[in-house]
Design a protein. Structure first.
Length: 354
């Protein structure tokens, strides 16, 4: 019997479209932060509630509102009401099993991506992040505290690069770019694991648990593939967007993200093939070990077959076996058997079977 799996989608069965039902861990704390900036100023604050973020809407600045804790659906509904977000958008924000996608609305773009990063034990953490890009603002929604945006925050605070001088479409770009950059880190670590497995299998330094570890690695790469590959379509649609939300000068940066995703996807497909070959290599190694054992047993059997034949002839209970009455029959027979034994060993060695 397989283990009982936790099912998330059944929580939404029978509910009306647009029902805001969080499908993940409901123990997460609410965290709201805001960056409101332009070329001259930068306000960076942690807020107690989403209502406080409504005071920062300024036509002369770019506002980034980041919310951690999708289980607080009431706060997310307040934000959705203020920015006039469609109920289906709010439903998708709190449903963490979404496929990476983009939806185009009249006044904003809605983007869902998967954020991947490594914990201290080099395990891959998967987290859904949703973005809403509007005129002069970006909303981001995360499952829990901890992300890959620290470098973005520092660039905004210190005014490094173009972040403070460009619009909200560029802010969405640097957030997505930070997520894609961490894909390379995850893929590189995955490649190192595969190479370690290859070396261990080739050198024979494996135990019975290697089969399970390879299967876990295969499931992980498939999960990573499902999280990353659809993002190419998302970036392609952003790049081709003809509305004013994505300025022409920013589209070049999105093309750079697309190129990075192509490279990541190629590496994923390569590592996927390598993982499949790992199992074949492991099975081949087991077969080679078994063949070595059978080889030794066959050689031993081949050596003792003629000796057993001689012993069997002279072990028969007949009265008239002439050699039995010779004085030196026993040592001569032993000598013949030793000669056969040594001769066969030399023959096998000459044939390089030993």
């Amino acid at each position: 019997m397989g283990k009982t799996r936790k099912k998330r989608y059944h929580k939404k069965l029978g509910k009306a479209p647009g029902s805001i039902i969080y499908t993940g861990d409901k123990s997460k704390q609410l965290f709201v932060e805001i960056f409101d900036y332009n070329t001259e100023k930068c306000i960076d604050k942690e807020l107690g509630s989403v209502e406080e973020a409504f005071n920062f809407q300024d036509a002369n600045s770019v506002t980034w509102i980041n919310i951690n804790g999708l289980n607080h659906v009431g706060e997310i509904e307040k934000l959705g009401t203020y920015f006039d977000l469609h109920p289906l958008v709010l439903e998708d924000i709190v449903s963490i099993s979404q496929r990476p996608k983009i939806e185009d609305f009249e006044d904003y773009l809605f983007v869902v991506v998967k954020m991947l990063y490594l914990d201290n034990d080099e395990n891959v953490i998967f987290e859904q992040v949703s973005f809403v890009l509007g005129e002069g603002y970006v909303l981001s929604f995360q499952e829990a505290e901890g992300d890959v945006f620290d470098a973005v925050r520092e660039r905004i605070r210190q005014g490094k690069g173009r972040a403070r001088s460009l619009q909200s479409d560029y802010l969405l770009y640097i957030l997505l770019d930070s997520i894609v950059d961490h894909y390379f880190t995850v893929i590189e670590t995955l490649g190192d694991k595969i190479e370690d497995f290859e070396t261990a299998i080739f050198e024979g330094n494996v135990d019975d648990s290697i089969n399970k570890e390879i299967q876990n690695l295969k499931r992980e790469i498939l999960k990573i593939r499902r999280a990353i590959v659809p993002l190419r379509e998302v970036i392609s649609r952003i790049e081709k967007d003809e509305r004013s939300l994505i300025l022409p000068k920013t589209k070049t940066f999105y093309r750079d993200i697309y190129d990075h995703l192509v490279q990541v996807t190629e590496n994923i497909e390569l590592y996927r093939e390598m993982i499949w070959s790992l199992m074949d290599m492991y099975i081949t190694t087991l077969s080679n070990k078994m063949n070595e054992v059978m080889k030794v047993l066959t050689i031993m059997a081949s050596i003792f077959i003629p000796l057993t034949f001689i012993a069997g002839i002279y072990g028969m209970n007949f009265d008239y076996i002439p050699e039995l009455h010779y004085r030196y029959s026993y040592p001569i027979l032993l000598g013949v058997m030793v000669f056969i034994f040594i001769g066969m060993l030399l023959y096998f060695k000459r044939k390089k079977w030993l």
